[in-house]
Write a protein that binds this ligand. Structure first.
Ligand code: DC
Length: 237
């Protein structure tokens, strides 16, 4: 269903609930652009790691991270083969590197830093100025686009999410200890929901989607039935 309304679709929720797969499917169906806001925090994290800011036990100080920020340029480039937007760090495609376990282990800390959030939110708003965007993250419906016409908050059981994440990594050829994956997910839930600046929480006007027992097809059916009125108003003739 193409819609000529330039809507903003904001998708927030817990880690490994399949937000990006769902967001990409919606973007394809509506003919919208997909923006992965988590990729931005991951790219900042990767840069800090490459600059040697993390050692085995110590997280870097906020000041050290903020000092690096002016040297970080994040952009997205469309891959013509996969037709997917890939994250770039200072012009280099880093789509693979930012999905590593090491980046996943450190990203929640980086995303708690208020100065980092301010800059990422600014960039996220810039990317959505024209509308016609599906954006996923943790604070899209609460902070980045509080006026988004469509807001979804996704969740699923921890075991289900850990198994999905393990499979996803396995498909990429990364073998991981399932218990480590489960712990990483629980730790990210704790940090994402507990941080002071823009904690992960469901916006009052967001629709809750628990996809523990849903297929992709079920989710798309839910989306079109839940938001039928909003989408139909803007349907192409
Ligand atoms: O969606 P993801 O797993 O790629 O996100 C990576 C991390 O970035 C996640 O631990 C929380 C953080 N994040 C955030 O704080 N705000 C967003 N809008 C998106 C992601």
């Amino acid at each position: 269903m193409k819609t000529n309304k330039n809507l903003i679709v904001a998708i927030d929720g817990h880690s490994s609930t399949g937000k990006s797969s769902f967001a990409k499917m919606i973007a394809r169906e509506l003919g919208y652009i997909y923006v992965d806001s988590g990729a931005m925090y991951r790219a900042v994290t990767l840069h800090c790691m490459e600059k040697g800011l993390f050692d085995e036990h110590l997280a870097p100080s906020e000041e050290a991270v903020m000092e690096l920020l002016p040297g970080i340029e994040i952009s997205f480039r469309r891959n013509p083969e996969t037709e997917v937007n890939e994250a770039c760090l200072n012009g280099r495609v880093v789509e693979r590197e930012i999905r590593s376990m090491e980046v996943s282990d450190h990203v929640s800390y980086i995303s708690t830093i208020p100065g980092v959030r301010t800059q990422m939110v600014e960039l996220q708003r810039k990317l959505g100025t024209e509308g016609g965007v599906v954006m996923d993250g943790r604070d899209i419906g609460t902070v980045v686009y509080p006026d988004a016409q469509i807001k979804i908050f996704m969740t699923a059981g921890v075991e289900v999410r850990a198994e999905r994440r393990r499979k996803e990594l396995e498909e990429k050829g990364v073998s991981v200890d399932p218990e480590k994956v489960r712990r990483n997910i629980m730790e990210r839930d704790r940090i994402d929901s507990g941080r002071e600046t823009s904690p992960l929480k469901q916006a009052d006007d967001a629709k809750l989607l628990d996809n523990s027992e849903m297929t992709f097809a079920d989710q798309m059916e839910w989306f079109f039935s839940e938001f039928d009125n909003i989408l139909r108003d803007g349907q192409d003739n």
